[in-house]
Design a protein around this ligand. Structure first.
Ligand code: PRX
Length: 646
C-alpha cells in the first residue's frame, strides 16, 4: 500500500453559480433528501428512479442481492428501444431532432425521433429476417454513423443483445469477440472516414471471418462507397435489405434482467472480458444520470464526443440521452481534421450547449493552442464534462477558462464499463468542484477507500476504491464466466465490488481517483490490458518474451512501454523495433502501438517466475529508486536492463 501515494495538492474550489443552481434538474435540497432516502430506504429510492421509465409489466421486487449476483426490478418487463423512441414519438417530440450527425468529409444528416423510430423498426425486421431471435448476440463493427445507433436500438427492440466492437480494433479482436459471444450475425460498413482516409472495416471483417466460422450473415452499410468484395449468401447490403423491410415492429417486452448488451473490455489476462449489462437496471441509471449530471433540458443540444464502441458511447450517446428525449450531436471523425478547430466549429455551428469529452482530448487541444477555439463563438455552451481518466488540474483550468468561458460547471465523471453509468461526479447545480476531483458519489452509490487489510483509509490516505452496495446498472457477470466475474471483482474484499482503481478521499469526502492498480493501462482514455499487448508482441516471429508497462505521458495519460527479449540469433535493430510496433498496431489497432520497445536479454522475475512489473515501470519512467528488490530471482538482470537503456 505504500506504493499508493498521492502527490496532488489542490485547493481551488468552484461553487455552482446561483443562476445555474436555480434552473438545475437537481437542487441541493432534493439532493440531500435523495441521499438520505437512498441510505435509509434503498428500495424506495431505486423504485422512484425506475419509475421514470416506461414499463410493460411492473416489477415484484426492487433488488435481489446474493453477492456477487444482483437482480434488479425482478419480474418487471420493459423495452429499451420503446423507452428511447416510441414514448417520444407519441408526443410533440415526434419531429424533434434526435440525432444531428456530421460525417468527417462534412456531410450532414438530421434524424428526428420519428425518423430514428422508423429506421429502427425497419432494421429490427431486417434482423428478424436474418433469423435473429430474442437472446441472440449480434456483433456491430461500424463507424460513428446514425446506423450504429439504429442497429443497437433494433437489437434492443427484438430482445437481442448487441456486442459493439470499437472501429479502431482490427481483425483478431473481432474474431475473439465473435467467438466468445457466439454471434451469428455481424453488422458493419464498407468503411468509415478518419483523418481523410478510409478505415477498412469490411476488409477487417473479411480477415476476421477467416479466423472464426461463427458468423453466418454479414450486413454491410455503404458509407465510403469504395469497392469491397461481397461474399454471396453471407454478405448483404444494408440498403437492399431495408428496401423491402416492413416498417411495423412492436417492441418486444423484455424481462428487466434480459441482457441488453455485452461490451468487451480489457482485463488483467489476455482474454477480453465480456461485461454483461441487462435492461431494467442499466436503463434506469443511464436515464437518471443523464438527467442529473448533464442537466438535460428539452432545449439542449448535447454532444458526447465518445465513440459508441466504448461504454461512454453506449450510455451517454445512445441510451441515456435518447431515453430523455434529448437532441444529440454525433461526429464521425478526428478532432483535428482537416484542422484542429473541427470540434469548436461543430459546437458553434449547431449551438452545442453540453459538451462531454476526455482529458486526453483536452490536453491535445491545449497543445494545439488557444487560437483554434478562440476563432469561434462558444457562448452556447452551458455545461462541460470529462471522463475516462483523471483530469490534471491544469487541463481542468484550461477547459474551464478557454472552452467554458469561466461560466460553465465542469462535471468530472468517474465510472467504468462495469458500472454501466456514472457513479461519482459533481451535480452541476449542487456540488462545489475542485479541479482534478470527481467529487462525491451520486445518491445511492456508496464508495469506500480501503487499505489492503480492508480498513477504511483516513482522510487523504491512498487506498483501493470499492463500491460497498449494489447499484442498478452494475455489470451482472462476465459473459459465460461467472467465476472470472467473482474473482475479478468480488474476491479482494468479499461482498464489496472492487474497481481496480486507487483513490483517496479528502477531508470533505471528495474522491480523488489516482489510477489503475492492476495491469490495465489507459492510453488516451482507451483501456488496454498489458497481457493483450504482450501476446500481440510475442506473436511476432522474432520475439521470445515481452513485458508491457505504462509510463506517464503528458498527452495520452499513459504510454505503452514494451520490454522485449528476442529469440536466439535475432539482431536488436531499429528496423526490427519498428516492425514490432507495426505488428502490434496491425494485430490490435493503431491506438495500441507501443511508444517504446526496449530490447533486453532477460526480464526481472520473482523466484516463482512472475515478471516484476513494478521494477519495469520504474525503469521505464527513469526512476532510480527501485525499492524492494529482495524477491528478484536474478539480480544481475537489473544491471543488464539498465545497460540496455538507450
Ligand atoms: O481508472 C478509471 C478511469 O477509467 C477506468 C474505466 O475505464 P473504462 O471501463 O474504459 O471506462 C471509461 C469510461 C467510463 C476507471 O477504472 N476513469 C474513468 N473516469 C475517470 C477515471 N479516472 C479518473 N477520473 C475519472 N473521471
Amino acid at each position: 500500500m505504500s506504493e499508493i501515494e498521492s502527490v496532488l495538492v489542490e485547493n481551488r474550489r468552484f461553487k455552482p453559480s446561483a443562476a445555474f443552481a436555480k434552473q438545475a434538474n437537481l437542487s441541493a435540497k432534493e439532493y440531500r433528501r435523495l441521499c438520505a432516502l437512498a441510505e435509509k430506504k434503498p428500495d424506495v429510492y431505486w423504485a422512484q428512479r425506475a419509475a421514470e421509465l416506461r414499463w410493460m409489466k411492473p416489477w415484484k421486487k426492487v433488488c435481489q442481492w446474493k453477492a456477487p449476483f444482483a437482480r434488479w426490478f425482478v419480474g418487471g418487463k420493459l423495452n429499451a428501444s420503446d423507452n428511447c423512441l416510441d414514448r417520444h414519438v407519441e408526443t410533440w417530440r415526434k419531429n424533434k431532432a434526435a440525432i444531428i450527425w456530421e460525417g468527417e468529409p462534412g456531410d450532414e444528416r438530421v434524424l428526428t425521433y420519428q425518423d430514428l423510430w422508423r429506421e429502427t423498426c425497419r432494421f429490427a425486421n431486417v434482423l428478424k429476417g436474418l433469423g435473429v431471435k430474442k437472446g441472440d448476440r449480434v456483433t456491430l463493427y461500424m463507424p460513428l454513423i446514425p446506423e450504429l445507433a439504429i442497429a443497437m436500438l433494433a437489437c434492443a427492440r427484438i430482445g437481442a443483445a448487441h456486442s459493439v466492437i470499437f472501429g479502431g480494433f482490427t481483425s483478431q479482436a473481432i474474431a475473439d469477440r465473435v467467438e466468445d459471444a457466439e454471434s451469428g450475425v455481424l453488422i458493419t460498413a464498407d468503411g468509415g472516414w478518419r483523418r481523410g482516409g478510409i478505415v477498412p472495416l469490411k476488409a477487417n471483417v473479411d480477415d476476421a471471418l477467416t479466423k472464426t466460422d461463427k458468423v453466418k450473415k454479414v450486413v454491410v452499410f455503404r458509407r465510403t462507397a469504395h469497392e469491397v468484395p461481397m461474399k454471396a449468401g453471407r454478405d448483404f447490403w444494408w440498403h437492399e435489405l431495408m428496401k423491402t423491410a416492413d416498417p411495423v415492429c412492436p417492441p418486444e417486452p423484455c424481462d428487466a434482467e434480459q441482457m441488453l448488451y455485452i461490451l468487451y473490455t480489457s482485463g488483467t489476462t489476455g482474454k477480453p472480458k465480456g461485461v454483461v449489462h441487462t435492461t431494467g437496471g442499466y436503463m434506469t441509471w443511464a436515464h437518471t444520470t443523464s438527467k442529473w449530471v448533464f442537466d438535460l433540458k428539452e432545449t439542449d443540444t448535447y454532444w458526447c464526443t465518445a465513440d459508441i464502441g466504448w461504454v461512454t458511447g453506449h450510455s451517454y450517446v445512445v441510451y441515456g440521452p435518447l431515453s430523455n428525449g434529448a437532441t444529440i450531436v454525433m461526429y464521425e471523425g478526428a478532432p483535428n481534421h482537416p484542422q484542429p478547430d473541427r470540434f469548436w466549429q461543430i459546437v458553434a455551428k449547431y449551438g452545442v450547449t453540453i459538451f462531454y469529452t476526455a482529458p486526453t482530448a483536452i490536453r491535445a487541444f491545449m497543445k494545439w493552442g488557444d487560437a483554434w477555439p478562440k476563432k469561434y463563438d462558444l457562448s452556447s455552451l452551458r455545461l462541460l464534462g470529462s471522463v475516462g481518466e483523471p483530469i490534471n488540474p491544469e487541463a481542468w483550468m484550461w477547459y474551464h477558462r478557454t472552452i467554458g468561458g469561466s461560466r460553465c460547471p465542469i462535471v468530472d465523471t468517474w465510472w467504468q464499463t462495469e458500472t454501466g453509468g456514472i457513479l461519482i461526479s459533481p451535480l452541476p447545480g449542487v456540488t462545489a468542484t475542485k479541479p482534478g476531483s470527481a467529487t462525491l458519489p451520486l445518491p445511492g452509490i456508496f464508495p469506500r477507500v480501503l487499505d489492503a487489510a480492508g480498513r477504511e483509509c483516513r482522510a487523504n490516505e491512498g487506498g483501493l476504491l470499492v463500491i460497498a452496495k449494489p447499484w442498478a446498472s452494475m455489470l451482472r457477470t462476465v459473459y459465460r464466466d461467472d467465476e472470472r466475474f467473482r474473482t475479478q471483482y468480488f474476491s479482494s474484499y468479499p461482498g464489496l465490488y472492487f474497481t481496480g482503481d486507487s483513490a483517496r478521499r479528502d477531508k470533505d469526502g471528495y474522491v480523488w481517483v489516482m489510477g489503475r492498480v492492476d495491469d490495465v493501462i489507459k492510453v488516451a482514455g482507451h483501456r488496454l490490458g498489458t497481457a493483450e499487448i504482450e501476446s500481440a508482441i510475442v506473436s511476432h516471429p522474432t520475439v521470445a518474451e515481452a513485458a508491457v508497462v505504462g509510463k506517464k505521458d503528458e498527452m495520452k495519460g499513459e504510454a505503452i512501454c514494451a520490454f522485449v527479449t528476442l529469440r536466439g540469433g535475432e539482431k536488436k535493430t531499429d528496423s526490427l523495433r519498428r516492425d514490432i510496433q507495426d505488428h502490434v498496431a496491425k494485430s490490435i489497432g493503431s491506438f495500441a502501438r507501443p511508444e517504446m520497445v526496449r530490447f533486453t536479454d532477460a526480464l526481472p522475475k520473482t523466484r516463482s517466475g512472475k515478471i516484476m512489473r513494478r521494477l519495469l515501470r520504474k525503469i521505464a519512467s527513469g526512476d532510480e529508486t527501485l525499492g524492494d528488490t529482495t524477491t528478484l530471482e536474478d539480480l544481475s538482470v537489473l544491471a543488464r536492463l539498465r545497460e540496455d537503456e538507450e
